[in-house]
Design a protein around this ligand. Sequence first.
Ligand SMILES: NC(=O)c1ccc[n+]([C@@H]2O[C@H](COP(=O)([O-])OP(=O)(O)OC[C@H]3O[C@@H](n4cnc5c(N)ncnc54)[C@H](OP(=O)(O)O)[C@@H]3O)[C@@H](O)[C@H]2O)c1
Length: 348
Amino acid sequence: MNHSHLTANILGASGYVGGELLRILLGHSGIGIVAVTSESKVGKLVSHTHPNLRKVCSLKFVSNNNLPKADILFSCLPHGTLVKKIDEFIGKYEYLVDLSADFRLKDSVAYLKWYEFEHPKKEFLNQFTPGLVEIYRTKLKQSKKVCTMGCSATATILPLFPLVQEKIIDLENIIINIATGSSGSGNKPNIASHHAERANVMRAYKPVGHRHVAEVIQELNLPKTPAYSITASPLVRGINTIIHTKLIKELDEKAIRNIYRKYYSEEPFIRIVKEMGGFHRLPEPKILTGSNFCDIGFELDTENNHLVLISALDNLVKGAAGQAVQALNIMAGFEETEGLEFPGLHPM
Ligand SMILES: NC(=O)c1ccc[n+]([C@@H]2O[C@H](COP(=O)([O-])OP(=O)(O)OC[C@H]3O[C@@H](n4cnc5c(N)ncnc54)[C@H](OP(=O)(O)O)[C@@H]3O)[C@@H](O)[C@H]2O)c1
């Protein structure tokens, strides 16, 4: 169905993801924001918390116990928060969009393993379609509930998906190295996020065992847990992945490029970035700041049959709020790119 205008409430709008979602939705021609929540800032102007929205947004925060009627509920709450309140919202909204991890894993046992969390609402897990439009476009057209995938998982699944589908890499031999910016851990300060400790840092953050790998295993149907390491980078926004794989078929770079073309040439938010010259030859997150693109590149070491994939995205946009809006656009029958046309800045 094509709606001309829908209304939305946003839970957790005082956080980094909520702020980015607001910025995007304020430029969306088919969605009007009715209420935005924060428990710590009730009655305060949104633009006090998100100063980029001065003169753009005159809303004030309300408590999530006090929500007016709307068509869409976006939830940008921390993991484990929405799931406890889901009964309050089910049936009240036509569309539910969760940006946390609460409904991403379809197997409740995986929540026990990766989150040490007995999922209290197992019956909902299969009702939320993952927000990766590139993989779930057809399903999303029939869906009313969506869960966006984690930022590092999104940056990993998108480059690997076509190669896994085409069965050209060894699924037991994948090494994923991720560099992430500081906004990835939200706006609650702690000693590790203190400027003196975090600025200019390259720090191994989670060399093994990061929870997002569970989404990668699920979406790519991997037979075993791949190596998945996360390093804190000096960026504020941005994810950069370097993924090492082994080809199990003899293919040259042209054949690999053709596989990516087959899957992604019509995708509005995926760009294959592999230039012959210059220094912007491969994906890099800085130029994606504020944009919904995921850039994907690769290099083949033919001597060792070793294929290296590189991807980049903005964790708050394609890794969260942009992914949510893109998926909602598909579910609700808007143009897929509505609200998401911003191309990023260069230089910045
Ligand atoms: N940051 C990223 O790059 C990123 C990417 C993908 C997905 N995500 C996911 O998106 C969600 C939001 O992340 P974020 O980075 O925006 O976090 P954040 O900056 O810490 O914001 C969290 C928001 O949730 C609210 N909140 C916190 N605890 C609450 C509670 N117990 N009850 C009700 N509201 C509560 C906060 O409101 P108050 O003002 O009341 O504290 C704030 O608005 C998380 O689930 C995160 O995992 C984040």
